[in-house]
Each structure stands twice: as structure tokens, then as C-alpha cells.
Design a protein around this ligand. Structure first.
Ligand SMILES: Cc1ncc(COP(=O)(O)O)c(C=O)c1O
Length: 401
């Protein structure tokens, strides 16, 4: 093992590209909602794996599934069949809507797959169409297609020319979506709750209006549920709280229980436009990750994590809303289930650091929005403890503001 925290960071500085703003913590062990650093200090992780470790770190059922499968077959290319990939695709279709799945390894890859799918579908329409309407403040990933679909110029600067064919409109503004539709439009892509954009929740009216426009103009609706999916918001998928189904849904993050897997589920007639040879991924949906994702589904079902996310989310939001009354730096508390955003009137980054100094890990996005994505397995005592630390830090900051 590499030496001290200082040594590890020095090696990163010398050998790892500086594409990330990193917290000066070397974390070497995790269990549930707790992680430990190299010096043995324990932290309560309220933002585990940026949403990937949504079942907590090293869930025992995931570990069992991974151990078992790694002794049988780790990888199998997609020119063969494996029972676990078939079972997982069927499971996702039964949980969301009837359709077919394409598997890859990350969120951005699923967005790329969706761009190809809807363009392929659009080219088959008469007249052919290819434009995709996307939302301001959205986040869809760092690859060139996903970046072009992302409605935040700060991520795009310096990487042009971007992929053409995206039209960006304000999130929540149905009239703007309507105005953006042309004979070239083939799809509308959005997150039902924008995560990186500051935990902005789409109203059922906005989603319903988009569905209506899509039906009227024969467009496809793609939901990026990469951050909101797999129980995060208290239902398997956020769209299930609105009653408005997409044609295509994208998943990654929590899907694999910690391992890299992404899935694109599309309604049957649409899915079939991608013929053999038109898209692929060497690693996509291999036996190891498929078995892990199946175990993740089982954990969510058998441990009743949807109910837990809904109930604990309500507890957390009520407590934070009550805090807002006595803590004027809080502008708004938002979210659904265990996806929680606290918009501040001040810079949130010192709050994140103060929480870390007190052993609690949280995130800040858009400079002023504190974001919590606690594991769905978090205990009530852990949640209460984390919220108490956050409350103390926010109150102390309010008195100094
Ligand atoms: C909504 C959403 N879409 C796409 C992505 C990109 O996922 P990945 O980093 O796995 O490529 C993210 C990542 O945060 C996300 O939150």
C-alpha cells in the first residue's frame, strides 16, 4: 500500500491527470454509509459515490453476488449470450415499461446510445428528422455527444465544435419547448429531476405537457434517470410519481450496486431500429455487472428501500424546512425521496468543508446548492446524526454571514 495521505496525493499530482477537483481525503474502506480514510478516521457519507453507491458501500448481498460470479465467468463479449443479461433486461422492463434494453458501462455512454437510437429512428421517419431538444442546466455527461446535449456552457467551453443538432430551452418552460419544435425535431431529452443542475424538480404539468407535444408532433421522449433511478426518489424511477412514461429511459449509477453498468430501455418498436452492428460496447452488461445489478434489484425489493427512501426523505426535508425558518441563509429545500437539495443564499463550498471537518461528507453543486444523496440503506440514527451536523454547520454559518 502507498504510504501516507500526503504520499498518495503527491503520486496523483505527478501521475494522474488533473481532470477532477479532488477533496484531500484518501478513502480506503467503506461499509454502508460509513467510509474510512488512510489514517483510520471515520466519515458518515451522505453522498456515496456520487449516487453510484446508492445501496451503501460494499452491501453484503452485492459482495456475495460478485464473489460468486467472479469465480465462474467475469467477462463475456456480446457476440454470446448469458442468462444474467437476459434476466436483468427482463427485470428492468418489468419495473419500468415493456421494451428492450441496451447495456453499456456509464451514464454518458447511455446518453450516446440514446442519441444514436433516436437519430436512427428519426432518419427512418418521413420526412427524416434528427434534432433533439434539451434543457438548460441539464447534465448528461462528458463525452462529446453527451456534452453537446448538456445545457451548461461551462462544461463545453474549450471543446468545440460540439455535435450539431441540439436545441436548448429553459427547464420547466413548456411554451419554449413548443416553440423549439421544428419538422427536424425527433426527440426531447430531460432529467425528471435535474441533479447536477441543482436538484430542480420538473412538475407533472411540464412532463405531461412534453408528452402531449411529443404525441402531437411524433417525437420521442427520453428521460435521463441516471441519477434519479433505482429507488432514489422513493419509486423505482422518478417518472412513476408523475404518471408520464417516456419512450426511452437511461440508467447507470445505482443500477450496478457499485460496479460500472448502464442501461437504456426503449419501447419495443423504437428499440428495434438499432439493427445488429449499429451499436455496441465490449464490456456492456457482462456477467459480473449484470449479476451485481440483479442483486441490487433484489436488495431494493427485499429490504423495502423504496418505502424507506420516501419516508426518510420526508423526514429529512421536513427537518431542513424547519431549519430554514431559523436559518436565513437557506433559500429553499427541494427534492424527492433521498435526493435532497438545499439552496443557499451564500457559497455552499465552505459548508461542505465544515461538514467534512466534523466527519460528514456532502456535495455542493451550482455553487449554492448543497446536495445529499444518502444511501437508501442509511439507518435512521445515521440520517439524524448527519442532519444534526449539517444543521449546526448551517446555523453557525448563518450567524457569521
Ligand atoms: C443525470 C446524469 N446523466 C448523465 C451523467 C453522466 O454519467 P457518467 O459520469 O457515469 O458518465 C450523470 C453523472 O453525474 C448524471 O447525473
Amino acid at each position: 500500500m502507498a504510504g501516507t495521505t500526503k504520499d498518495v496525493i503527491a503520486q496523483y499530482d505527478r501521475y494522474v491527470m488533473k481532470t477532477y477537483v479532488r477533496t484531500p481525503l484518501v478513502l480506503t474502506k467503506g461499509k454502508g454509509s460509513r467510509v474510512w480514510d488512510l489514517e483510520g478516521r471515520e466519515y458518515l457519507d451522505l453522498f456515496p459515490g456520487w449516487g453510484v453507491s446508492g445501496l451503501g458501500h460494499c452491501h453484503p448481498w452485492i459482495m456475495k453476488a460478485l464473489r460468486g460470479q467472479s469465480g465462474r465467468l467475469i467477462h463475456l463479449p456480446n457476440n454470446y449470450y448469458h442468462p444474467a443479461q437476459a434476466k436483468l433486461a427482463k427485470k428492468l422492463a418489468s419495473l419500468a415499461f415493456d421494451g428492450k434494453v441496451f447495456f453499456a458501462n456509464s451514464g454518458a455512454e447511455m446518453v450516446e446510445a440514446a442519441i444514436k437510437l433516436v437519430r436512427c429512428w428519426g432518419h427512418a421517419q418521413t420526412p427524416a428528422k434528427h434534432e433533439i431538444i434539451v434543457m438548460e442546466r441539464s447534465f448528461h455527461g462528458r463525452t462529446m455527444g453527451a456534452l453537446s446535449a448538456t445545457g451548461q456552457s461551462k462544461y463545453q467551453e474549450g471543446f468545440g465544435p460540439l455535435l450539431p443538432g441540439f436545441v436548448c430551452v429553459p427547464f420547466g418552460n413548456l411554451a419554449a419547448v413548443q416553440r423549439a419544435i421544428t419538422p427536424n425535431t425527433c426527440a426531447i431529452l430531460l432529467e425528471p429531476i435535474q441533479g447536477e443542475g441543482g436538484v430542480q424538480v420538473a412538475t407533472p404539468e411540464f412532463l405531461g405537457g412534453i408528452r402531449e407535444l411529443a404525441t402531437r408532433h411524433q417525437l420521442l421522449v427520453i428521460y435521463d434517470e441516471i441519477q434519479t433511478g433505482m429507488g432514489r426518489t422513493g419509486t423505482w424511477f422518478a417518472f412513476q410519481q408523475t404518471g408520464v412514461e417516456p419512450d426511452v429511459m437511461l440508467l447507470a449509477k445505482t443500477l450496478g450496486g457499485g460496479v460500472p453498468i448502464g442501461a437504456m430501455l426503449a419501447k419495443r418498436a423504437i428499440a428495434d431500429v438499432l439493427a445488429p452492428g449499429t451499436h455496441g460496447s465490449t464490456f456492456g452488461g457482462n456477467p459480473l455487472v449484470a449479476v451485481s445489478a440483479l442483486a441490487a434489484c433484489e436488495v431494493i425489493e427485499r429490504q423495502k428501500l423504496l418505502e424507506r427512501a420516501a419516508a426518510f426523505g420526508t423526514v429529512a426535508r421536513e427537518r431542513l424546512t424547519a431549519l430554514q425558518a431559523r436559518c436565513p441563509i437557506i433559500a429553499e429545500v427541494r427534492g424527492a425521496g433521498l435526493m435532497i437539495g438545499i439552496e443557499l443564499r451564500v457559497d455552499g463550498r465552505p459548508i461542505v468543508e465544515a461538514c467534512r471537518a466534523q466527519g460528514v461528507l456532502i456535495n455542493c453543486t451550482q455553487e449554492r446548492v448543497l446536495r445529499l444523496l444518502p444511501a437508501l440503506t442509511i439507518t435512521r440514527a445515521q440520517l439524524d446524526r448527519g442532519l444534526s451536523v449539517l444543521e449546526r454547520v448551517l446555523e453557525a454559518s448563518a450567524t457569521h454571514a
